[in-house]
Design a protein around this ligand. Structure first.
Ligand code: PMP
Length: 403
């Protein structure tokens, strides 16, 4: 008998399962609206030309070795990431109150940050939006947080934010609760608070002494504007909040599998930086010892060179524009078909995703009858759409809604 025979089968991860089913599907006009990755107008993955260029350059550079990076990563990468998030002219950076830790993409930043808060500040309660990215819960629980709580966010009736519910839940949160906030392009709903709403959120969080942990997985990708997409984080910093922010380069650099990320830490006193860094070092040391170098080199080189940076900005502009065009196209096809319901939310939402409002039965129908793969929550990845399939998808949605 094996010692392992008692191990039970775990449940599948919905988006990875969906991806596999899509790959195995032999239907010619199949459409993948599941996984959160960019696709070009031909439905193909897109390696950013700037990334290809950097990789060729790195491959030719014989001075680059495969020596370990420091535990907290490549310093130039961390500094450039924090500057991208807070702005070059950030007073917090000038005052030495902000620093970064290179981590394994956005998930790694959340994981290291959460473990730090749990271990060293003894925080045990975290709040996530309903709905949220499905991994938030697991990452925080695995980091030692024992009190998962949720705050209201999506209102299916208005297909917008339940702002009163959100504020009410913040008001009843205990002091030091960690509030997980999506910096921009909320996943999965695609609906962000307005600037006026962010002000109110900050007011309540300040009053209730809550701790903001931002998740920034789409800076620049959401609107094409790096500064605009970082507005909420910068606003909180300007109000004097101490906070963490997990930054991912998966989407905006298309570096999904390279696991490139930064955990930005903003304090109100520079005197604490050295001690916090020393403890972050021990957390990373015990988790994976030190981060990989390749992706961080690519990103750091681009972010610190004006010309390369501008090239990259054009790429994110192109990606975000294509997403917006596909939102328009899908809505206009549905309107043309006279599909019952209001579809304005598709163009009001931002980022990679649209929360369509389709119910689980309709989603399953789309998968079974039309080979259109989407999450059962009704979330679709907008860039799975392209001029060649948007009519097909709209007709299928129309059928699912009217049948
Ligand atoms: N947070 C959110 C909201 C996300 O959508 C994602 C990517 N799907 C992540 C974090 C983490 O992604 P990664 O670890 O690949 O950077």
């Amino acid at each position: 008998a094996s010692r392992f025979q008692g191990v039970e089968q775990g449940p599948p991860i919905e988006v990875f399962l969906l991806n596999r089913l899509f790959t195995e599907d032999t239907f010619q006009n199949k459409v993948n609206l599941g996984v959160g990755a960019y696709r070009d107008e031909n439905g193909k993955p897109w390696v950013l030309p700037i990334v290809r260029k950097m990789e060729k350059q790195l491959a030719a550079d014989e001075t680059l070795l495969h020596e370990y990076l420091p535990v907290l990563g490549l310093e130039q990468f961390c500094n450039a990431s924090v500057a991208m998030l807070l702005g070059e002219d950030s007073p917090a950076i000038a005052a030495g109150k902000a620093f970064g830790v290179q981590v394994l993409s956005g998930t790694g930043g959340l994981r290291v940050g959460a473990e730090f808060l749990n271990k060293h500040l003894k925080y045990d309660t975290f709040y996530y939006s309903t709905p949220t990215w499905e991994n938030h819960h697991l990452v925080f629980v695995n980091s030692g947080f024992t009190k998962p709580r949720s705050y209201r966010y999506w209102d299916p009736k208005t297909r917008g934010i339940d702002f009163d519910g959100f504020i009410e839940d913040l008001k009843s949160a205990p002091e030091n609760a960690v509030i997980l906030l999506h910096a921009c392009a909320h996943n999965p709903t695609g609906i962000d608070p307005t600037r006026e709403q962010w002000v109110k959120i900050a007011d309540v969080m300040e009053e209730r002494k809550l701790f903001p942990f931002f998740d920034s997985a789409y800076q620049g990708f959401a609107s094409g504007d790096l500064d605009g997409d970082a507005w909420a984080v910068r606003y909180f910093v300007s109000r004097g909040f101490e906070l963490l922010c997990a930054q991912s380069y998966a989407k905006n650099f298309g570096l999904y599998n390279e696991r490139v990320g930064n955990l930005a830490v903003v304090l109100n006193e520079s005197a604490h930086v050295a001690r916090i860094k020393s403890q972050m070092t021990w957390i990373v040391r015990g988790m994976y010892s030190n981060p990989p170098a390749h992706g961080a080199h690519v990103v750091a080189t681009v972010l610190t060179n004006k010309q390369l940076f501008d090239e990259w900005r054009d790429h994110i502009k192109l990606m975000s524009t294509r997403v917006m065009q596909m939102r328009e196209a899908l809505r206009s096809e549905l309107v043309k078909l006279g599909t019952p319901g209001n579809w304005d939310h598709i163009v009001k939402q931002i980022g990679l995703f649209s929360y369509t409002g389709l119910n689980q039965r309709q989603c399953e129908y789309l998968i079974q009858e039309y080979h259109i793969y989407l999450l059962k929550s009704g979330r679709i990845n907008i860039c799975g759409l392209n001029p060649g399939n948007v009519q097909y998808v709209a007709k299928a949605i129309n059928d699912a809604v009217t049948k």
